[in-house]
Design a protein around this ligand. Sequence first.
Ligand SMILES: CC(C)(COP(=O)(O)OP(=O)(O)OC[C@H]1O[C@@H](n2cnc3c(N)ncnc32)[C@H](O)[C@@H]1OP(=O)(O)O)[C@@H](O)C(=O)NCCC(=O)NCCS
Length: 153
Amino acid sequence: MSITPGTRMEYASLSEKQLGAIMEIEKEAYPEPWTISMFREEMQSKRSHFYLAFVEGELIGYSGFWLVLDEAHITSLTVAAKHRGAGYGREQLMHLLSLAEELGVRAFTLEVRESNESARKLYDSAGFHAVDLRKGYYASTGEDAVVMLKEMT
Ligand SMILES: CC(C)(COP(=O)(O)OP(=O)(O)OC[C@H]1O[C@@H](n2cnc3c(N)ncnc32)[C@H](O)[C@@H]1OP(=O)(O)O)[C@@H](O)C(=O)NCCC(=O)NCCS
C-alpha cells in the first residue's frame, strides 16, 4: 500500500478501542513511547486535536497537535514501521496543516530528535525550520531535541 491517486486515507478521532493497536505502533516507533494513559489524556484534553489514520480499514498511523490560542504544537506524527516510506507521513502532516489553517493557526512548532533524519527531512520540505536546540531533552538517551517552527502565511 502506498499513496497513489486512488488511495483513500481516512481519519478518525482517538478512541479507546484502538488503544491496543496504537500502543503496538508507538512502542516500535519511539525509544520513549507514550504510555496508554498519555493517549487517554489526549482524549480528555480540550486543546488536543488528534487523528488516527486508516488505509483500507487498517490503522497505519496517527498524528496530532495541541492548540493554544493561535499556536499549534505537534505532539505526534507516527507511521507504523511496515508502512513507512509510502507517503503516509507526509499525508498526515498535510492533514494537520490544513486543519490548523482552518482553525486560524498562525504558527506551528515541534520537537524532533537531532538524529531523526527522515522526520527532519519531511519537516524541512513542508516549510519548517530549526529555531532552537533543547540540550538533553530526551531523558533515556540524553539526545538533544531540535525545535522547529513553521509560520503560516
Ligand atoms: C517520520 C515518519 C512519520 C515519516 O513517515 P513516512 O510515511 O515514512 O514518510 P513519507 O513516506 O511520507 O516521506 C515523506 C518524506 O520524509 C522523508 N523521509 C521519509 N523516509 C525517509 C528515509 N528513510 N530517509 C530519509 N528521508 C526520509 C523524505 O523527505 C520524504 O519525502 P520524499 O519521499 O519526497 O523524499 C516515520 O518515519 C515515523 O513514523 N517515524 C517514527 C516516529 C517518528 O520519529 N516521528 C516523528 C516524530 S518528531
